[in-house]
Design a protein around this ligand. Sequence first.
Ligand SMILES: [Mg+2]
Length: 242
Amino acid sequence: MLLLFDIDGTLVRNSAGAHAQALRIALHQVHGIGSPDGDAAGLPEVRSAGRTDMEIAREIALLCDLPAKRFDRRRGELMQVCLSQYARLAPRDLGDRVVAGMKGLLEELHGQPQTILSLVTGNLEGIARVKLERAGLGSFFAQGQGAFGSDSDDRTDLPEIARCRAGAILGGEPYPRQRTVVIGDTDLDIACARADGVWCVAVTTGPLGADGLGGADAIADDARQLRERLQEIGEEMPAARR
Ligand SMILES: [Mg+2]
């Protein structure tokens, strides 16, 4: 099976501060919005959990009266500044931010035949790579795989992109929906799984409790429960084609 892990609130916790600040500094450097140090004061508050980086940046920019065309024209530049600022601001070691038990679970899953570890995250790819490296989780996720906020502003596009990338190394066809699971911590993770018709396990290690995660195929409160839910779903899945 193909496992598409979200990062923030699912694998890593409490790493949003440097990330949000990097995004605000980039908005200032590229568009003159807000303050040079990325202070949140005076900027509109927008939802970030479960959303893609450029979707968040675009909403802030438009609420600050930047014309959409100007935002879109300089999107690449904004992403570059955001990444370099994140690399500068984020702590060198994010090992203490890894959700309890997740590293052990990834190690276990990584060794299983017929299980592919991959990512679906709203983080820009470069930011995702830096964050996972510094959290000590980088080696579980192959380069060139997964789908990121840099691939589309719309998270619902991402599972299919990740399935196509997984399929490309296995012979060409997109990896089958019935053998793909999104694992994430928000209603938007569930929505992106539903949009692509793949399985979804929601985890309560992010901002939402089980009440806010209706619509998932299963809910897990911690890494141990996640392991059990994945095993149960694996037993319900159609067998892999040989
Ligand atoms: Mg998340």
